[in-house]
Design a protein around this ligand. Sequence first.
Ligand SMILES: *Cc1c(COP(=O)(O)O)cnc(C)c1O
Length: 470
Amino acid sequence: MAGLDPENWTNIRAAGHRMLDDLFDGMEAVGQGPVWQPMPDDIRQSFKEGLPDTGTSLEDLYARFRRTIVPYGNGNTHPGFMGWVHGAGTPVGMLAEMLAGGLNANCGGRDHAAVEVEREVIRWALEMVGMPVDGSGCLVTGSSMANFISVITASRAKMPELRNRGVSGPRMVGYAATTAHGCLPRAFDLAGFGSDSLRRVPVTAEHQMDIRALREMIVADMAAGHTPFMIAGTAGTVDCGAVDDLEAVYAVAREFDLWFHVDAAFGALACLSPTYAPLLAGIGKADSLAFDFHKWAQVPYDAGCVLVRDRTLHAAAFTQSLDYLKREERGLAGNAPWFCDFGPDLSRGFRALKVWMTLGHYGAHRMGQMVDDCCAVARHLRDRIEATEGLTLLAPVTLNIVCFGVDALSDAEVSELVQDLHESGIAAPSTTRIHGRLAIRAAIVNHRTTSRDVDRMLDGVIALCGQRVG
Ligand SMILES: *Cc1c(COP(=O)(O)O)cnc(C)c1O
């Protein structure tokens, strides 16, 4: 027997057809059963068997998959899931992932069709947010990596010698609101500037970056001899979905000659909604932008995206010249620049196919409607909270995130209540802290979540609260 391919293709073909049928059955019935259930100990232990010396039949492995993996998922495909910021996937995305698996393309570079698909998807993304389509970008794991690539690109644009010489000399500093996602200070940490070099600008009562405070902080840093290089606005904060005044942030960036970055991890999709796009005015002026196709665009994990207005500056931050990766005028080694010129990854999978098929199938208009629908569900939840005695809305509902408090309970009790709700299997919101108070947080990122599902969640909260209060 040569290689790893089967001797008998008939059997594996039949097994594959069955897997696909089972997947469709599961997706069709996705709302039935609990959102989440804890893994029994024996099943958890079954994943600690050590490296197998001899192989197991595909039938046996698939039976294990059905029994020990499928029932203990993260729950994010279920309509009752509204925690953190998770996409729910689609059958189209699932099929595209399978097709990409069949091709096993390496999109680090070279001259093949998968690279053209990714270039097309990047142009779609640039068009979606209103950046010039001759900009650059690439698909990455998620917004954490996309924000990191943006910080690297912005700092090298300011100080090209960082690439060879490393971090030394004046302190490189950037600015983001206190509400910015934790991956931004982490990006400053990983870049070697230190997380404290990302200055955290206070926010207004509307949870937006305080522009006056931003200017004062920049002036103070310059007076201290530091080197400001970027401002990161957020379009859709992770805690309550607020949108910074991007036009105002852009104006400050131009005034001080700083890079204007936008973290629009989920908010970018609101550009497709005629109703909500005006909230994001100015987003197209970004020098770089990070967002996820795997969140509000419902593309299966993982699919993050970084966009850069000036492709020369983007490439200048990452390109290397290596003999074993020489670009040629023709042949398989042609078609420069390669995606490995725009980020730290060399080998890269064909993420673009599931993005291309998802957006291609549903189209921008329908995706914008889906965004509107999610926001309408959030407003329904907000209205019910405001009409319910004993519940308090803790932040304005700008887009699709609703944060509320339970007046009768302490923070510790609210945290316990949410854990009870998860274990009940009814719904899965998460928690955050708003003005120091623990909030139950429902982020309607899931295209399957309806008003009925948020009603079930809220009824669950009220019932569990009643049990606690007695
Ligand atoms: C989710 C999120 C991130 C991080 O994105 P990942 O894809 O999880 O790496 C960054 N910023 C915001 C605002 C987010 O919501």
